[in-house]
Design a binder for this molecule. Sequence first.
Ligand code: A3P
Length: 295
Amino acid sequence: ALTSELGKQIKLKEVEGTLLQLATVDNWNQIQSFEAKPDDLLICTYPKAGTTWIQEIVDMIEQNGDVEKCQRAIIQQRHPFIEWARPPQPSGVEKAKAMPSPRILKTHLSTQLLPPSFWENNCKFLYVARNAKDCMVSYYHFQRMNHKLPDPGTWEEYFETFINGKVVWGSWFDHVKGWWEMKDRYQILFLFYEDIKRDPKHEIQKVMKFMGKNLDETVLDKIVQETSFEKMKENPMTNRSTVSKSIMDQSISPFMRKGTVGDWKNHFTVAQNERFDEIYRKKMEGTSINFCMQL
Ligand code: A3P
């Protein structure tokens, strides 16, 4: 158990070498036996890769650009988070079961830990990857403000923790490699945060086609506008402002923090950057994936 800034005990446990929240591990059998349906769409990300962003994009497409319909609930409630558990609240699995089809679900699980029925049912997967350095920075600030996650310690300490994959949901390297390797064997639309940032319309159009939708230009333009960082930062249905301060203290760091590519340059020292690049080369050896580190 690790201690958070508030001195709370944050209980984590490993499953096949991956740290997860204790309540998730306590619920592991229910999660693993989750029954996916062939028309499920699963949004998959490593934490801080732009999950909320792609969720809002997907929902805007699903609702044909109807902003009011997207305001029906906070983003965390719109797509059941399958491994989420916080008793006595209904678990992610229970929420998914209660949802009418076609379902859109969310997970941070690696390919290794994903409930097998998603593969068996050949579901559609929408994966968003974000470069490791920006993910690390974003996760560091998130762990500072989120009292349900361990205190990240100093930036220097967190650098080691992240590289060693000792964060909740495990190693960034294994996560990204695993999903990248699966992408040609299953129905996976593999997107990059950096591409969405550079050309949102183009990437949103890909998502739309993948979802089997056909929306016209004006609707697409509206979706681009409504899912911009500036809009989502002001939107109470996406900015986590309704989450209690005892869980997320946005005075420490806002949930919608910067939303940029390359903020790692404001955090990494030259020495850390060199060391990271070396480790990255080793860990990602043999993978064809290529990340953009700045726009
Ligand atoms: P930063 O901490 O770098 O600002 P997740 O939803 O997976 O937890 O990811 C959160 C990260 O995505 C945060 O990154 C957040 O600011 C960023 N983000 C959320 N909405 C965004 C948007 N519309 N455009 C760009 N980045 C966005």
